[in-house]
Design a binder for this molecule. Structure first.
Ligand SMILES: [Zn+2]
Ligand SMILES: [Zn+2]
Length: 212
């Protein structure tokens, strides 16, 4: 069964998600935002083994905890990211622009591809390519649990900014309409910042991207 522990960490209050199959105790961290030791301690307390780090995108505030997590694990966790965000990853997630110098942790070796399925224990995650906030942004959808980890694509009542390098408003709108608003209405949206919401709620009330 899929278990999700969420954290809000770091200088811009980024959500990190520690996700596990509670039977096999295999775990991944989706966006290890900041303060990796906090995420790691929670996994250890629960007896979960972190084998992977999955990044919705490579902004510094979503990967800032990766180094501390990886330093404590042997073998190293495998890192997955869309190739379009590798340049951003190499540039420290753009943190220099905001005065942050992060340890980006292990190099990404798994390339996200639209439609790709990732397995955690008995749970399938579907990768959906959703450029707009960055050129390589992806979301992770778990149909069996009606949940979608949507990074900085969409927030409760808001959307990801498109004024940073690689941002593109038209692409963001298209990604939301084609990859979020096509999911079942009751799908929980777990975003990179702020509280969770649902597809239905955003289709009806999101002031930036209409669902009709
Ligand atoms: Zn971002
Ligand atoms: Zn963010």
């Amino acid at each position: 069964m899929l278990k999700i522990v969420s954290f809000t960490l770091g200088p811009v209050q980024t959500n990190a998600y520690l996700v596990a199959d509670s039977e096999t105790k295999e775990a991944v961290v989706i966006d290890p935002a900041w303060d990796g030791h906090i995420i790691l301690a929670e996994a250890q307390k629960r007896g979960w083994r972190i084998g992977h780090l999955w990044y919705t995108h490579a902004h510094f505030d979503h990967i800032g905890g990766a180094g501390a997590i990886a330093d404590a694990l042997n073998p190293l966790p495998l890192v997955a990211l869309h190739p379009n965000d590798h340049v951003l990853w190499r540039a420290g997630g753009g943190g220099a622009l905001f005065g942050f110098d992060i340890d980006p942790g292990p190099e990404p070796t798994i390339d996200f591809v639209h439609g790709m399925k990732l397995r955690l224990g008995s749970v399938d995650f579907e990768v959906r390519f959703t450029p707009g906030h960055t050129t390589g942004h992806c979301i992770l959808y778990v149909a069996s649990s009606d949940v979608c980890f949507c990074g900085d694509l969409i927030f409760a009542g808001s959307v990801g900014r498109t004024d940073l390098p690689g941002g593109n408003w038209d692409a963001l709108v298209k990604s939301i309409q084609e990859q979020i608003y096509t999911l079942p209405d009751n799908t929980r949206l777990l975003s990179g910042h702020g509280p969770e919401t649902t597809v239905d709620e955003e289709k009806l009330n999101n002031p930036f991207v209409s669902g009709s």
